[in-house]
Design a protein around this ligand. Structure first.
Ligand SMILES: CC(C)(COP(=O)(O)OP(=O)(O)OC[C@H]1O[C@@H](n2cnc3c(N)ncnc32)[C@H](O)[C@@H]1OP(=O)(O)O)[C@@H](O)C(=O)NCCC(=O)NCCS
Length: 152
């Protein structure tokens, strides 16, 4: 059974390992550790027992949030874990009263693009040659948050 919870120090070694597996310019363990102290950041992990299946991080400032990293371990993919984690992150960001969530994705990353579009993110721009190793354009996606009208 998959359990979603806030990132803690004990998860970081596995996160850094998965990060290396998934990205050509991975964040190191120290970067994740400093995120634990960052009041603007939210990090969630998906665990099966003690095993890290996935993680996602976001940063919020000025009423806008940015998804920084999302990754699912290869043996856990196509089980809806990224979707579940992204929805959990949306709930967390709603609690911060964020107005919109943005993210960048490599133009060739079809699995991620399909994931974001299925969650209601809309393509709003392109950053030429944004990525290195290999050089590639970034597509920018954004989702506006609807907040319930309390009638006040
Ligand atoms: C992208 C990634 C996070 C998806 O994780 P996942 O847990 O396998 O995704 P889910 O099972 O929640 O899939 C949700 C939807 O995403 C899309 N999707 C996911 N993997 C896909 C694939 N390989 N091909 C096409 N669509 C895919 C589908 O629309 C899927 O819905 P469906 O299963 O009902 O068709 C995962 O492949 C990954 O970690 N990739 C490497 C890291 C990465 O690229 N992160 C994104 C950086 S911007």
């Amino acid at each position: 059974m998959i359990r979603i919870t806030k990132m803690q120090k004990e998860h970081i070694a596995q996160i850094a390992e998965l990060e290396t597996l998934c990205f050509s310019l991975p964040w190191d363990a120290a970067s994740f550790e400093s995120e634990l102290e960052n009041p603007l950041s939210d990090w969630l992990v998906a665990l099966e027992g003690e095993t890290l299946a996935a993680y996602v991080g976001a940063q919020t400032a000025g009423g806008e949030s940015d998804i920084m990293n999302v990754a699912v371990a290869p043996s856990f993919r196509r089980r809806g874990i990224a979707r579940e984690l992204m929805i959990a992150m949306e709930c967390t960001l709603r609690e911060r009263n964020t107005e919109a969530i943005s993210l960048e994705v490599r133009e060739s990353n079809l699995p991620a693009i399909r994931l974001y579009e299925s969650l209601g993110f809309c393509r709003v721009g392109l950053r030429p040659n944004y990525y290195f190793k290999p050089k590639e354009n970034a597509l920018i996606y954004r989702k506006e948050m609807c907040h319930e009208d309390t009638g006040d």
